[in-house]
Write a new protein. Structure first.
Length: 231
C-alpha cells in the first residue's frame, strides 16, 4: 500500500499503473464521474478547470474525445492541501487514488475510469508547471464557466489560443496518439519502472525526475518560439 499525508491524516491506496494506450474512455461513466467530482469540489470550494485532451474535446466536439483515455483537470497548487483533505470524502463516493506523484499529480478512479488532476505551481514569471509540464499562468487564472455535458466547468478564457499553442493551428483535426494495442512486455516494464520510482527517497527521486522535466521544459520553450514566429 502507498500512502499520502493529508491535512486529515494518512490516506492509504493501492497503486495502479496508468500507461498510454491502456483503454479508450467510457463516455457514460466518465460523464457521471465528472458530475459527481464537480459536486464534491463545489461543496469544498475547490476550483478546477478542464485542460489538455478534455478541454480539446469540450471545445471541438462538446464531448469527450472518443480516442482519449481519461479526464484532465487543473487545480492551482495553492489548493492542493484542500484537495488532499477531500480524498476521504471522494473515497466515500467511490473514487480511489490510483496514482500519486509527489510533484503534484493525482489520479483518482471510479468504475475503471480515471481523472488526472494537475496541481500547477509557480515556475517562472507568467508560467506554472506540474511534473515538468508548463502552462502560461493566464490560462489557469483568467477563466470562464462553460456548459459541458450538463455541468458548469471552468476553462481558460482564451481557450482557442491555448489549443493553438498546445496542439497547433490544426487543433480541430483529430490526431490519434495510440492504437490501444500495447504489448504485455511494455505493460510489465512500465509497471516495474513506476513501482521503483514510488520507492525512491526524495534525494534520489528529485534529481532523477529533474532530467525528465528538463526535456518537457525545453519542448515548451521550443513550442513558444514557434508559436511567436507564426503570430
Amino acid at each position: 500500500m502507498e500512502k499520502i499525508k493529508t491535512p486529515k491524516g494518512i490516506y492509504r491506496f493501492s497503486l495502479k499503473i496508468l500507461y498510454l494506450g491502456r483503454k479508450r474512455i467510457d463516455k457514460k461513466i466518465s460523464k457521471q464521474n465528472l458530475s459527481d467530482f464537480n459536486a464534491i469540489a463545489t461543496r469544498n470550494n475547490l476550483k478546477f478547470g478542464l485542460l489538455y485532451g478534455t478541454l480539446l474535446g469540450a471545445i471541438r466536439e462538446q464531448d469527450f474525445i472518443a480516442h482519449d483515455e481519461d479526464i484532465d483537470l487543473f487545480v492551482l497548487f495553492e489548493q492542493q492541501d484542500l484537495f488532499l483533505s477531500m480524498l476521504f470524502e471522494l473515497r466515500e463516493n467511490g473514487f480511489e487514488v490510483v496514482r500519486y506523484d509527489r510533484r503534484g499529480l493525482v489520479s483518482i478512479m471510479r468504475n475503471n475510469e480515471y481523472i488526472d488532476i494537475y496541481f500547477f505551481r509557480p515556475f517562472r514569471e507568467g508560467i506554472r508547471t506540474c511534473c515538468g509540464e508548463c502552462v502560461f499562468e493566464k490560462y489557469l487564472l483568467d477563466t470562464i464557466y462553460m456548459d459541458f455535458l450538463s455541468e458548469k466547468v471552468l476553462v481558460p478564457k482564451d481557450y482557442e489560443e491555448f489549443l493553438i499553442f498546445q496542439y497547433g493551428k490544426d487543433w480541430k483535426i483529430p490526431v490519434y496518439f495510440t492504437d490501444f494495442n500495447v504489448s504485455k512486455l511494455y505493460q510489465l516494464l512500465f509497471f516495474l519502472k513506476e513501482k521503483i520510482k514510488y520507492k525512491l527517497p526524495d534525494f534520489i527521486f528529485y534529481p532523477y525526475v529533474r532530467k525528465l522535466e528538463q526535456k518537457l521544459i525545453d519542448d515548451f520553450y521550443q513550442k513558444l518560439e514557434k508559436f511567436e514566429a507564426q503570430r
